[in-house]
Write a protein that binds this ligand. Structure first.
Ligand SMILES: [Zn+2]
Length: 285
């Protein structure tokens, strides 16, 4: 199967509760929450569970169940955040091999993005991710988008990001590219570096790249989109013997209005594609 099934929070909670042998009432008591609230969550309520509730459920159901619930809710639990804060400090150490460092940086960028998304004012958000134009304005970055010009894709210098897109002004495919480059510039600004000619793969360049991808496709959103896309695909596309993971990536990219490689990378980072799909799509990363 090219695409990993992602159970929603409600069905997962019900399954883990039953595996532990608790009734709804028992779990409500053990986690200090209300019976009807848990019942609604299990039935797939639109309201996301709070971080506090997920942490109490984790204590009642055990650490493994807890981390699965936290992932399904798109929440970082406190022990995870503490662990990653240690990773962040450890990244400065010179002991990491070249191969593991990029992966650790991506985790680091993901955590930074998730905490920014939690703090972002609602007017800067659209469907659980940042609006790059608003984020740039908040950071004092002036975007200048020029269509049909040659030159580097984006030049970010101080308070201006100049984006030269090779497409026509009304080219629909230009929208995801421009959105990505704006959030990439914002990613630079957020890590205190306001200079970039894209692409230029210095250390902080890779970090800003990953941060931008996370800001546009946070885990919870990419999981929901994958669920929606998977239920839309016909039976043939779900056939494990038919290599159609490319279709899935394309659909996810279209829905989220991000470049295809961003969707692919985020699906891969969140382990939502299986190894075969990754091998054919990315080679040996
Ligand atoms: Zn850059």
């Amino acid at each position: 199967m090219p695409v990993v099934e992602v159970p929603g929070f409600g069905p997962l909670l019900r399954q883990l509760r039953r595996d532990s042998g608790f009734t709804l009432r028992q779990l409500a008591e053990r986690s200090g929450s209300h019976f009807t609230h848990l019942s609604r969550l299990e039935q797939g309520s639109d309201r996301a569970p709070s971080r506090g509730l997920v942490e109490r459920l984790a204590r009642a159901l055990g650490p493994e169940a807890g981390s699965r619930l936290a992932a399904a809710a798109g929440i970082l639990t406190e022990p995870t955040e503490r662990a990653v804060a240690r990773t962040h400090r450890a990244l400065a150490e010179p002991v990491f091999a070249e191969r593991s460092l990029p992966a650790l940086r991506r985790i680091d960028a993901g955590v930074l993005a998730e905490s920014l998304l939690r703090k972002a004012p609602s007017r800067g958000m659209e469907r659980d991710r940042v609006n790059p134009t608003v984020l740039c304005r908040t950071l004092g970055i002036r975007p200048e988008v020029r269509a049909g010009e040659a030159g580097p894709a984006a030049v970010f210098d101080g308070d201006t990001v100049r984006i030269c897109d090779p497409g026509d002004p009304d080219d629909a495919a230009a929208v995801p590219r421009v959105r990505f480059l704006l959030s990439h510039a914002a990613g630079h600004a957020l890590i205190g570096n306001r200079e970039c000619t894209f692409p230029r793969m210095a250390d902080e360049e890779a970090f800003a790249l990953d941060l931008a991808a996370h800001l546009l496709c946070p885990r919870a959103l990419i999981e929901r989109t994958l669920r929606a896309v998977s239920s839309e695909l016909d039976d043939e596309a779900r056939n494990p013997w038919a290599a159609r993971s490319g279709d899935v990536v394309t659909l996810v990219a279209e829905r989220l209005a991000v470049p295809g490689w961003v969707a692919l990378r985020r699906l891969a980072d969140e382990a939502l594609l299986d190894d075969d799909a990754l091998y054919y799509s990315l080679g040996d990363r």
